[in-house]
Design a protein around this ligand. Structure first.
Ligand SMILES: Cc1cc2nc3c(=O)[nH]c(=O)nc-3n(C[C@H](O)[C@H](O)[C@H](O)COP(=O)(O)O)c2cc1C
Length: 138
């Protein structure tokens, strides 16, 4: 599966996790704030999309990026967020945008902590690896 990682980060938490996922999947990583057009995703069949939780929602730039993604048939997504206290329906909000467009979401995963270090990301990386392996098996 050809994957890419897309994220927004204000203070570095989501960025560090995005980079750890990118390293683990050997997938390119794009910072949405440096304006890749949604068409950047056309060559990939798994989009791993990350956001900080802001007011129990995704960052507005991620929401608008996801809204502008083209329709597809059966591309897969993994959604992730970082947060401090309560994530609310952050990832569900993104999922609701993606599902009607034909994306199949295979995992929502989150990391809580004020300053998670790279060493803390093992559980997320394991979940990502497992979800990809399972989705290939079906
Ligand atoms: C404006 C703003 C709103 C936030 N809202 C929430 C929230 O609703 N729930 C929560 O748990 N954390 C919230 N946070 C904390 C961030 O989600 C958390 O620190 C996150 O890891 C930041 O990611 P980043 O370093 O990639 O920007 C908020 C932070 C900011 C700056």
């Amino acid at each position: 599966m050809k994957a890419c990682v897309l994220y927004i980060s204000r203070t570095g938490n989501t960025k560090r996790l995005a980079e750890a996922i990118s390293e683990s999947l050997k997938a390119p990583v794009f910072d949405i704030s440096t304006a890749p057009e949604p068409s950047v995703t056309q060559d990939f069949d798994l989009l791993v999309i990350g956001t900080p939780v802001m007011g129990m929602r995704p960052a507005p730039e991620v929401q608008s990026f996801v809204k502008r993604l083209p329709e597809c048939t059966g591309k897969k997504t993994i959604l992730f967020c970082t947060y401090a206290i309560k994530q609310g329906g952050t990832l569900k909000i993104l999922e609701k945008e993606l599902t009607p467009k034909g994306y199949i979401n295979i995992l929502n995963v989150s990391k809580r902590g004020l300053k998670p270090s790279k060493a803390d990301f093992t559980d997320v990386l394991d979940e990502v690896g497992k979800a990809i392996a399972e989705s290939k098996a079906t």
